[in-house]
Ligand binder design. Structure first.
Ligand SMILES: [Zn+2]
Length: 315
């Protein structure tokens, strides 16, 4: 059995796990991400690795680290860490080697989750797969001919910043009308607000799912309300799905995948989102009659990133 360690660093929490070669997480740890980031966070990553090695009584030397942001093509350096302080420009492989006593590989979080789903999750039977992760942003990953496609600089498959509307809402990346401005978590909430503005008398029922205020509503509340048939919540998912299908139609015509997987918090709503997205993809796809790939939910949940990056470290 070949064991590997995956550490998935998010803006608020670190998930660490020991993963076997069947993709099972046989030991796991969770910590809060230190707000100061930088070397405190690097030290915490090393501590998690040591703790996981101790817990399994194995000197595991295959170690992968996944984080949001641009990662260099050699999988060593964070070129830009988007939601982690003090990691931009840091060569994490170099900094961690003396602390851990092994070489660490670094990968973008969405790429890592994509690889996890491809190897052990919903994409096991795929060879050419598009992966979208819908959370606070929209991350992407791409498998072509059974390999993770990373592009010339390691930054490929940033589907969230493919532009759907040149005069759309301003995105954190500086451009307008990016895909994530229509389909990620904040966009879902914006669609809710717009639906409420159009029919305020229908808001009362929906607000009861949270603390009674609009700002007290989360994506989970909207999903629960939609499952119960709430019209505003259902409409918000429909609008999100409509945009999702439009963006996917361009990706499908470009990449000809055999499968599309949706992961992340927003996609946990399941068919309430996926069904309108599928319908929109069919309607918006160029070359009608061309066979469209299935659009399915991810299956590894929050573990996809650490499972994927551990497997990438195994090589
Ligand atoms: Zn953008």
């Amino acid at each position: 059995m070949s064991l590997a360690i995956g550490i998935d660093v998010g803006g608020t929490k670190l998930l660490g796990g020991v993963v076997d070669d069947d993709g099972r997480v046989i030991a796991r740890l969770r910590r809060e991400t230190p707000r100061e980031g930088g070397s405190a966070l690097t030290a915490l990553v090393a501590e998690l690795v040591h703790q996981l090695q101790e817990d399994t009584r194995e000197k595991i030397s295959k170690i992968g680290l996944s984080a949001a942001g641009f990662v260099s093509a050699d999988r060593e350096r964070m070129l830009a860490a988007t939601n982690i302080a003090g990691w931009t420009g840091v060569n994490l492989a170099e900094e961690l080697e003396p602390l851990i006593g092994a070489r660490v590989i670094v990968e973008n979080d969405a790429n890592a989750a994509c690889w996890g789903e491809y190897r052990y999750g919903a994409g096991r039977d795929s060879r050419n797969m598009i992966f979208l992760i819908l959370g606070t942003g929209l991350g992407g990953g791409l498998i072509t001919n059974g390999e993770l496609f990373r592009g010339a600089h390691g930054t490929a498959a940033e589907f969230g910043h493919m532009r759907l509307n040149a005069s759309g809402p301003l995105c954190g990346c500086g451009a307008r009308g990016c895909f994530e401005q229509y389909c990620a978590g904040p966009a879902l909430m914006r669609h809710v607000e717009e639906s409420i503005a159009a029919a305020p008398e229908r808001a009362f029922e929906l607000l009861r799912y949270g603390d009674g205020t609009l700002s007290g509503l989360t994506g989970k509340h909207i999903a629960a309300a939609a499952h119960d048939g709430d019209r505003i919540a259902t409409t918000a998912f429909k609008i999100t799905g409509e945009w999702l299908g439009l963006g996917l139609a361009s990706l499908v015509v470009t990449l000809d995948p055999d499968l599309i997987i949706l992961g992340g918090g927003v996609s946990e709503a399941g068919e309430i989102l996926i069904s309108p997205a599928r319908e929109s993809l069919r309607r918006n796809a160029s070359f009608s009659g061309h066979s469209l790939p299935p659009l399915v939910a991810a299956s590894l949940g929050n573990d996809a990133g650490l499972i994927g990056v551990a497997d990438l470290a195994r090589g």
